[in-house]
Design a protein around this ligand. Structure first.
Ligand SMILES: Cc1ncc(COP(=O)(O)O)c(C=O)c1O
Length: 368
């Protein structure tokens, strides 16, 4: 049986004619940068999420950087965030000269534990960046309450969570800015790198729009420091087609997750916890397991794809050289990094494949 961690080609084949037509339209227009499809897609996403403004950019990483630049975050500032996420969340803070201040995660959801936020606030704190990890929203009510009390900005890293909701409201609508990644493997994935920032704040929107395009509104008039980070017209055209399928695809992932849950019942595996406040869209199906590395080796032997998101927490990454950071600082994160493993999760998973994967896991725990 051929299994994929993510089946982007299988998904493309099902909507090939729609996608190909959209791409050819752009090819014929010759407007590869900031063509009309970009603006149309921005409007569609804003409508889908329920926000006023959206600005396409080149990646989810750039989205985080653009959001922070628009808020004037720079040297001397501190940003509270999670050490258990993809590198981009910290990378962009450090690139801007600011300091990431980590707080440990919630054991069950893997998202930042809001009860730890207040203790991490100092006179230098400018913002909080909660990450909606694996497709489940962070606990936004307490985070927003603390942010309001302390006048902090909130930037939602929704790279993994487009379409998920918290207490009935979609992610990206809580903070000052929501950051989206359209990396090909994401629930709404482009055919290359792509990203977006969304907001309800007109002033922030205007700044982000300028920053993403060399700090200019009018060609060759550069009002603020910017970057070159635009959403390609071809990607916007692809994403517009795919957006029509997003709800149905997120439901397919939820059904696959429910089936995994069912079939893993009675094993030593801890299946993903879904908070009653959240609608989880299962960008990843991540379980917590005993003897993780031996299980990974066993799955590899059986050619079952799997991945560890993330094996090294960010406070222990050499790249950032964070003064004083050491093993033991964030024990819940460090334990998660040793115990998590993600199983194949995508819209094309079949019942037969899920049974095959879960049978292998059961076999491992019977024989080890
Ligand atoms: C939590 C998180 N933040 C940011 C990013 C960055 O997005 P991109 O790969 O589009 O730059 C990712 C991408 O994987 C991510 O998972």
């Amino acid at each position: 049986m051929t299994l994929h961690m993510v089946d982007v080609v299988g998904q493309y084949r099902k909507i090939k004619s729609e996608i190909d037509a959209a791409i050819h339209k752009v090819l014929d227009s010759g407007k590869f940068v900031l063509g009309k499809e970009v603006g149309e897609f921005e409007c569609k996403i804003a409508g889908y999420l329920g926000v006023k403004y959206a600005v396409g950019c080149a990646s989810g990483t750039d989205a985080l950087q653009i959001a922070m630049m628009a808020m004037g975050i720079g040297p001397g500032d501190e940003v509270i965030t999670t050490p258990f996420t993809f590198v981009a969340t910290t990378e962009t803070i450090v690139l801007l000269g600011a300091k990431p201040v980590y707080i440990d995660i919630d054991t069950k959801t893997f998202n930042i534990d809001p009860s730890r936020v207040e203790k991490a606030i100092t006179s230098r704190t400018k913002a909080i960046i909660p990450v909606h990890l694996y497709g489940q929203p962070a606990d936004m009510d307490p985070i927003m309450n603390i942010a309001r009390q302390h006048r902090l900005r909130v930037i939602e890293d929704a790279a993994q969570a487009i379409g998920s909701s918290y207490k009935g409201k979609k992610v990206c609508t809580f903070g000052d800015v929501g950051c989206i990644s359209y990396f090909p493997s994401k629930n709404l994935g482009a055919f290359g790198d792509a990203g977006m920032v969304v907001t309800n704040d007109a002033a922030v929107w205007e700044k982000m729009r300028m920053i993403a395009n060399h700090g200019s509104r009018e060609r060759y008039h550069h009002e603020i420091l910017g970057v070159n980070s635009r959403l390609d017209t071809i990607q916007a055209a692809v994403l517009t087609v795919k957006l029509h399928h997003l709800e149905e695809w997120n439901s397919a992932r939820q059904r696959a997750a429910a089936r995994y849950d069912e079939l893993l019942r009675g094993t030593p595996v801890t299946v993903p916890y879904v908070s009653p406040a959240c609608q989880h869209i299962f960008h990843q199906y991540t379980i917590r397991v005993p003897r993780r590395d031996a299980l990974a080796a066993f799955l590899k032997e059986k050619s079952i794809p799997h991945a560890i998101y993330y094996p090294i927490p960010l406070h222990l990454q050499r790249a950032f050289k964070l003064a004083g950071s050491k093993k033991g600082d964030f024990p819940i994160t460090e334990k998660a990094a040793e115990e998590v493993i993600s199983l194949p999760m995508h819209t094309e998973l079949t019942e037969e494949q899920i049974v095959f994967i879960t049978d292998a896991i059961k076999e491992f725990y019977r024989s080890h």
